[in-house]
Design a protein around this ligand. Structure first.
Ligand SMILES: Cc1ncc(COP(=O)(O)O)c(C=O)c1O
Length: 419
C-alpha cells in the first residue's frame, strides 16, 4: 500500500500533485511519501510485537536524513556499512545503542569511530577483522560487542548480484567453521561476544529461504549455548522483497510469524535489517520527457533522468513501472525504450515497455524508486544529483537540494592552482 494515486487524471503523492513538485523543484526529482514510510515501518515493527526485537533500517537503501529521522522517531535503529553511514545516522540523532555495523571491509579508522560512538554491535565478517576490532578496542581501553556474521549457504532465489548467503559469496564466516571462530573470538579479551548475524540476500519473495537460513543459525545458537557462549542478539538481516511488477512477496505479518516460529524458545532479541521493504514503494523518481525518437529498429523516449540517477535497471536489469503523471485518454499505446541522457547504451530506465504515446515536456513517474535509488546515484557525465522531496499531507519539503555545478568541482584543484 502506498500513497501515490491518481485523482482524476493527475498523479498525487498524498495530497500534493506530483506535477506541482516537478514544476517548482525541477526534474529529475525523487519524491517520498511520509505516510507510506510511516505505515511501512509500523506494519513491519508491529509484526514482531510479540517478541523482543529491534528494527535496524538498512540505510544503504535510502540514507536521506529525513527518512532516518522518521524511522528513528518511530523507535527504529540502523544497519550501517561504513563510517559515512554511521556519521549520517548519528547526525540524525539515532541512538548508538540501536546501531549495528556490517560489511566485509571495515577499516581501522571506521572501527575506532564505531567504538568511540558505542554502537550496539559489530557484525563481523572475517577472522582478521575480529582481531583488528580486538586490537583497536584494547588500544582504546574499551570492550567491543560483536556478533559473527555466518554464511548459512542458502539460495535466496533472487538476482545473483544481491544473493549474499551462498557458500561462494564474500560475506560472513562459513557456517561449518563458525564454532571454531566463536572460540577464537571468546579468547580475545577486548571482545564481548553477544550475537550472531546472517543476511542471505535482497528482494526475496518467498518465505522458505528465510526459514531455512534461520533454522541453521538457530541450531548454531543452541550449540554455542551448550558450549558456554551466551548469544543475546540474533540478527536475521534484511531481504524481504516488494512488488515492482507482479511479485507477491510475503506480508510482514507472515514473514514475522514464520521467523518467530523458529526462534520462539531461544530467548534472544531478534534484530531485523529491512531496507527495501520499508522504503521501496514509498518513493518515486519523476522525470521529464526531452525528446521522442523513432529509428527503423526502435522507439525511444529520451528523458532527463539517467542511469546516474537510478542505476537499478542498468545494473540488474530491474523492472520499474513507469506511469505518465497526467493521464490523457485516447492516446495510442506504443512499445518504447525509456532512455536517459548518459553516453552509454546501458543507460535505460525501461526496455520494450508499453506506454501511451509521450510528448516532449511531459512528466513520467518511475515507480518503486525509494530503495537503492538516490543512494546508488552518481555524478557520472558530470550530472548533479537529483533533489529529494518528502511529502507530508498537503505540503512538500525539499529534504535534499539538487546539487549545483559548483558542487561537482568542490575540493578539486588543478596543478596550476596548487603552484
Ligand atoms: C547486511 C545487510 N542487511 C540488510 C540489507 C538490506 O536488504 P533489503 O534492502 O533487501 O532489506 C542488506 C542489503 O544488501 C545487507 O547487506
Amino acid at each position: 500500500m502506498h500513497h501515490f494515486q491518481y485523482r482524476g487524471d493527475d498523479l498525487y503523492c498524498e495530497e500534493v500533485p506530483v506535477a506541482r513538485i516537478a514544476s517548482e523543484v525541477g526534474t529529475p526529482v525523487y519524491i517520498y511519501s511520509h505516510a507510506t514510510l510511516t505505515r511501512h515501518f509500523r506494519v513491519f515493527d508491529e509484526a514482531f510485537a510479540g517478541v523482543l526485537h529491534l528494527v535496524c533500517f538498512a540505510m544503504k537503501a535510502n540514507a536521506n536524513l529525513a527518512v532516518l529521522k522518521l524511522f528513528s522517531d518511530l523507535g527504529g535503529g540502523l544497519d550501517v556499512v561504513s563510517g559515512g553511514e554511521l556519521f549520517r545516522g548519528l547526525k540524525t540523532g539515532v541512538p548508538p545503542q540501536r546501531i549495528v555495523y556490517a560489511g566485509v571491509g571495515k577499516s581501522r579508522e571506521e572501527i575506532a569511530y564505531a567504538l568511540k560512538s558505542d554502537i550496539l554491535m559489530f557484525n563481523v565478517e572475517s577472522g582478521q577483522e575480529l582481531r583488528l576490532i580486538h586490537e583497536v578496542a584494547s588500544g582504546m581501553g574499551v570492550r567491543a560487542r560483536v556478533a559473527l556474521r555466518v554464511n548459512p549457504d542458502v539460495d535466496p532465489k533472487t538476482h545473483p548480484y544481491i544473493s549474499t548467503g551462498l557458500k561462494k559469496s564474500k560475506f560472513g564466516f562459513d557456517i561449518g567453521h563458525a564454532l571454531e571462530e566463536y572460540e577464537a573470538a571468546r579468547a580475545l579479551p577486548s571482545l564481548d561476544v553477544v550475537g550472531i548475524h546472517h543476511h542471505i540476500g535482497s528482494q526475496i519473495t518467498e518465505i522458505r529461504p528465510f526459514v531455512d537460513a534461520l533454522e541453521k543459525t538457530a541450531a548454531l545458537v543452541r550449540t554455542l549455548r551448550e558450549r558456554g557462549t551466551e548469544i543475546r542478539y540474533l540478527d536475521v538481516g534484511g531481504g524481504l522483497g516488494i512488488t515492482y511488477k507482479d511479485e507477491e512477496p510475503p506480508l510482514p505479518a507472515e514473514f514475522a510469524r514464520a521467523l518467530i516460529g523458529v526462534i520462539r524458545d531461544l530467548d534472544v532479541t531478534i534484530v531485523l535489517e529491512p531496507g527495501r521493504v520499508l522504503v521501496g514503494n514509498a518513493g518515486i523518481l519523476v522525470t521529464r520527457v526531452l525528446y521522442t525518437k523513432q529509428t527503423p529498429a526502435r522507439n525511444f523516449v529520451v528523458v532527463d533522468a539517467g542511469m546516474n540517477d537510478l542505476a537499478r535497471p542498468s545494473l540488474y536489469g530491474s523492472y520499474h513501472a513507469i506511469q505518465t503523471v497526467r493521464q490523457v485518454s485516447g492516446r495510442p499505446e506504443m512499445t518504447v525504450d525509456v532512455v536517459g541522457p548518459i553516453c552509454e547504451s546501458g543507460d535505460f530506465l525501461a526496455k520494450d515497455r508499453g506506454l501511451p504515446r509521450c510528448e516532449p515536456g511531459e512528466l513520467l513517474a518511475v515507480m518503486s524508486a525509494g530503495a537503492y535509488g538516490h543512494t546508488m546515484s552518481s555524478n557520472y557525465n558530470a550530472r548533479p544529483r537529483a533533489p529529494e522531496v518528502m511529502v507530508r499531507g498537503n505540503r512538500y519539503h525539499v529534504v535534499r537540494e539538487r546539487e549545483t555545478f559548483e558542487d561537482l568541482v568542490r575540493g578539486e584543484r588543478t596543478l596550476d592552482e596548487l603552484g
